[in-house]
Design a protein around this ligand. Structure first.
Ligand code: AHR
Length: 650
C-alpha cells in the first residue's frame, strides 16, 4: 500500500518547525500530481421535489391524474357567480395504456360571467412573471356533443385577476391534444396564482395530461427551470451523477428507475412512485438528464439499476439478473450507441442523433445495504457484460473505502469505488487532515459520490427534527464542507470525482425529506446556501497541479493547486475557529510573485444561513491583498473560508 505525500501535518515538537506563528507552507518547486479534471460535479435524484416541483419546469401538479388512485389530488372545482360544477377522477377513461386516468368535469350551470371548471395550484404556487409566454397543453374530449371553447388561464388565487388567458376549441368525443400560448403583461411577480380550465356553458369534458411550462433553459420544450440551471452552471460542474441515489434503486424492483419508461413523448410516460414518498412524472427522463448534462457542458456519470432495491429485495446473480444486465446494456446503447444500433436509433428518433459522451457507469447505489451479500457477484456480472461490449467504460463499485473491507467487491477490480460521507462539521474537521492519506495509490480511483456536512451529529438528515431546521445548511456546515473539499483537493490525483448531496430542495415543508441540501427554492425564487458558495469558490478556482502543503500548530486546514498555463496559484484555507487567525504563509519555489493577489472570503457567524427571504446573508466577497511575498502573514477572519489567488512564475 503506497502512501500519499500530498500533505504533511507536522507539529513543532514532532519535526522541529521553527515558525512562531502558525504556518502554512506551499511548496511550488514541483507539482505533486495532476488534479483530476473532473473533480467537481453534481449529484442528483428525485428527492425533496428536486425535479417535479423543482428543476423540471412543469408547473402543473398531478398533470396526468395518477398521483392518487382515488381523488384528483391538487385539483379543485372553480364555480364563479353561482355556476355549478363537479369533478371526479375517472380511472377508467384514460388516454392510453400509460395514462390510464382522466379528470371528468361536469358543468351544470355556467355562463359568460359565470365560468365553471377546474383549477390547479401547482407545486406550492404557480410562478407568474411579467411579459412572459407560457406554453399550455392538454388532452381533452367532450360528451354529448359539447363543442364550445374552453378557457385556459392563469389567474390570481382568488380568481379576480387574470394574468394570461387563451381558448381552445374543437373538442369532440375523441381524445385530442390542444396547445396554446399564454402571454402575461405587466405585473408584479407572484406565485399566489392558479391555473384553470373553465367552461362558459354547461357540458361534460374529460381532461388528461394538462401541462404548463414557463420559458426554459435553452428553450427546450420539455425543459428545465432557468434560475436553477443558472445556479448549477455557475458551479462549473464537470459531471452529473444521475439518477441516484436511492432513486435509481426504488423501494422495490418494480419502482426502480426503469429508464425505458422515461423516454419518448410525455403521453407514453406513466411515471412511478419514487422512494421519497411521492410520485415522479418521469418528465425528467433519461434523455432530459443527458441534455441537462449537455447544457452544463458536463459529462454524465450514469448509475444503472443493479438488482437491489431499498426495502431489501435483491435479484440473484446468474440467470435471474440477466434481464437487468440487458436493461443496463441497452441503456448505455441509448446513451452512446451509433444511429445504426437499436437504442442509438431510438435516441435519434427521440431528438438527439449524436451519441453523448460517457466514461463512467456506476453499478447500483449503496449496495452495502444489501445484507444478502450478493453485490460482489452482481457487480461481476454487470462488469463482465459491460466491459465485453464497452471496454472503454470505467465501472464504479458502490462500496468504497468508507465501508468495511470484507463487504467490498473482490472478484473484479472496480475502476472506481464510490464513498459517501454524511457527517457533522466537527467530524469532517477531524477526519479531513488524514483523509485518503493511506489509500492505495495503485488501487481503484475514488469517487466521493455523496457528501455533506451538517451542523449537529445527533440529528439524522431524514429525521423529523431535521425538517424542523431550515432546509439548507449554515455557515458552520460550510466550514466542514470546505475542510473536506480541501482534503479532496490535496488528494485530487486519486479522488477522481466528488459531489455534494442532495443538491436541491423545494423549501416548502411538505416537499422535504432530507436536510441539509445545497440549493433551496420555492415556486418563484431560489438561493444558494453558504455551502453552495463554498463549492463555487473551490470549483471555479482550481488549477491542474496539486502543490504539496504543510501546516504547523494550527487548526487551519487547506490545500493548494496551480494552473500550469497561467502560473496562478490557488490557496484554499479554512479557519473553523471563532477567532481571527494570523497565518504565516510560506511559499517555496516561486521565482516571481505579484504583490497583489485577489482573495475571496466567505465568513460570518456560524449560524448565518441563506433563505428565500434573505438569500445573500452569507455570500463570498472578493477583495485584494497588496503585500504578498514569499513569506507573509495573512489573517483569516473568524469562521472563514478563503481562496487566495496568487499570480506567480515558477
Ligand atoms: O442523498 C440522499 C440519500 O442518501 C441518497 O439517495 C442515498 O444514496 C443516500 O443514502
Amino acid at each position: 500500500m503506497k502512501k500519499s505525500t500530498s500533505v504533511i501535518f507536522c507539529t513543532l515538537a514532532a519535526v522541529g518547525c521553527l515558525a512562531a506563528d502558525p504556518t502554512f507552507t506551499v511548496d511550488a518547486t514541483g507539482p505533486l500530481a495532476k488534479v483530476s479534471p473532473m473533480l467537481y460535479g453534481l449529484m442528483t435524484e428525485e428527492i425533496n421535489h428536486s425535479y417535479d416541483g423543482g428543476l423540471y419546469a412543469e408547473l402543473i401538479r398531478n398533470r396526468a391524474f395518477l398521483d392518487d388512485k382515488t381523488t384528483a389530488a391538487h385539483w379543485s372545482v372553480v364555480k364563479e357567480n353561482g355556476a355549478e360544477a363537479s369533478m371526479a377522477l375517472d380511472p377508467t377513461n384514460g388516454f392510453n395504456d400509460k395514462l390510464t386516468a382522466s379528470l371528468r368535469l361536469n358543468v351544470t350551470r355556467a355562463g359568460k360571467d359565470q365560468p365553471a371548471g377546474v383549477a390547479n395550484r401547482g407545486y406550492w404556487g404557480i410562478p407568474v412573471l411579467a411579459h412572459t409566454r407560457y406554453r399550455a397543453s392538454l388532452l381533452a374530449k367532450s360528451e354529448a356533443g359539447f363543442a364550445s371553447p374552453l378557457t385556459v388561464s392563469i389567474v390570481s388565487e382568488d380568481g379576480r385577476t387574470v394574468y394570461a388567458a387563451g381558448k381552445v376549441s374543437g373538442l369532440t368525443a375523441q381524445w385530442k391534444k390542444f396547445d396554446l400560448s399564454l402571454k402575461t403583461g405587466r405585473l408584479t411577480p407572484t406565485a399566489k396564482a392558479r391555473f384553470q380550465i373553465t367552461l362558459q356553458q354547461p357540458g361534460t369534458v374529460s381532461l388528461g395530461l394538462v401541462s404548463l411550462f414557463p420559458p426554459t433553459w435553452n428553450g427546450r420544450s420539455n425543459g428545465l427551470r432557468k434560475d436553477l440551471m443558472q445556479m448549477l452552471v455557475d458551479m462549473n460542474p464537470k459531471f452529473l451523477r444521475f439518477p441516484g441515489g436511492n432513486y435509481v434503486e426504488g423501494n422495490t424492483i418494480d419502482t426502480r428507475f426503469d429508464w425505458r419508461k422515461t423516454i419518448g413523448p410525455l403521453e407514453e410516460r406513466r411515471g412511478h412512485t419514487c422512494p421519497w414518498g411521492y410520485r415522479s412524472t418521469d418528465g425528467l427522463g433519461l434523455l432530459e438528464f443527458l441534455e441537462w448534462c449537455e447544457d452544463m457542458k458536463a459529462e454524465p456519470v450514469l448509475a444503472v439499476y443493479a438488482g437491489y432495491s431499498l426495502r431489501g429485495e435483491h435479484v440473484n446473480p446468474g440467470p435471474d439478473l440477466e434481464p437487468f444486465v440487458r436493461e443496463a446494456l441497452e441503456e448505455i446503447e441509448y446513451v452512446i450507441g451509433a444511429g445504426n444500433t437499436t437504442w442509438g436509433a431510438r435516441r435519434a428518433q427521440d431528438g438527439h442523433a449524436a451519441p453523448f459522451k460517457l466514461q463512467y457507469v456506476e453499478i447500483g447505489n449503496e449496495d452495502w445495504f444489501d445484507r444478502s451479500g450478493s453485490y460482489d457477484a452482481r457487480f461481476a456480472q454487470f462488469y463482465d457484460a459491460i466491459k465485453a461490449r464497452y471496454p472503454q467504460l470505467k465501472l464504479i463499485s458502490t462500496i468504497g473505502n468508507d465501508q468495511p473491507e470484507g463487504g467490498r467487491v473482490h472478484s473484479r477490480k472496480p475502476d472506481v469505488t464510490d464513498e459517501h460521507y454524511y457527517r457533522s462539521t466537527d467530524e469532517f474537521l477531524h477526519m479531513s487532515p488524514e483523509y485518503a492519506r493511506d489509500y492505495d495509490r495503485g488501487g481503484p480511483e475514488i469517487f466521493v459520490g455523496e457528501w455533506a456536512a451538517h451542523e449537529d451529529a445527533k440529528i439524522k438528515p431524514w429525521d423529523a427534527a431535521a425538517r424542523q431546521q431550515g432546509p439548507t445548511p449554515s455557515l458552520k456546515a460550510a466550514l466542514g464542507d470546505a475542510a473536506f473539499m480541501a482534503a479532496m483537493e490535496r488528494n485530487a490525483d486519486l479522488i477522481r470525482m466528488q459531489c455534494y448531496a442532495p443538491l436541491l430542495v423545494n423549501v416548502n415543508r411538505g416537499a422535504r425529506q432530507w436536510r441539509p441540501d445545497l440549493i433551496g427554492y420555492d415556486a418563484l425564487s431560489s438561493y444558494g446556501s453558504p455551502s453552495y458558495y463554498a463549492i463555487q469558490m473551490f470549483s471555479r478556482n482550481l488549477g491542474d497541479e496539486i502543490l504539496p502543503v504543510r501546516t504547523a500548530e494550527t487548526s487551519i486546514q487547506g490545500a493548494a493547486t496551480r494552473d500550469r498555463h497561467t502560473g496562478e496559484i490557488f490557496i484554499k484555507l479554512v479557519n473553523p475557529s471563532p477567532g481571527s487567525q494570523p497565518l504565516h504563509l510560506s511559499l517555496k519555489g516561486i521565482a516571481s510573485l505579484s504583490a497583489k493577489a485577489s482573495v475571496i472570503t466567505l465568513a460570518g457567524n456560524p449560524e448565518d444561513t441563506n433563505s428565500i427571504e434573505d438569500p445573500k446573508k452569507a455570500v463570498p466577497i472578493t477583495s485584494t491583498v497588496k503585500d504578498v511575498k514569499a513569506d507573509f502573514v495573512y489573517t483569516l477572519p473568524p469562521g472563514s473560508i478563503v481562496v487566495l489567488k496568487l499570480r506567480s512564475r515558477p
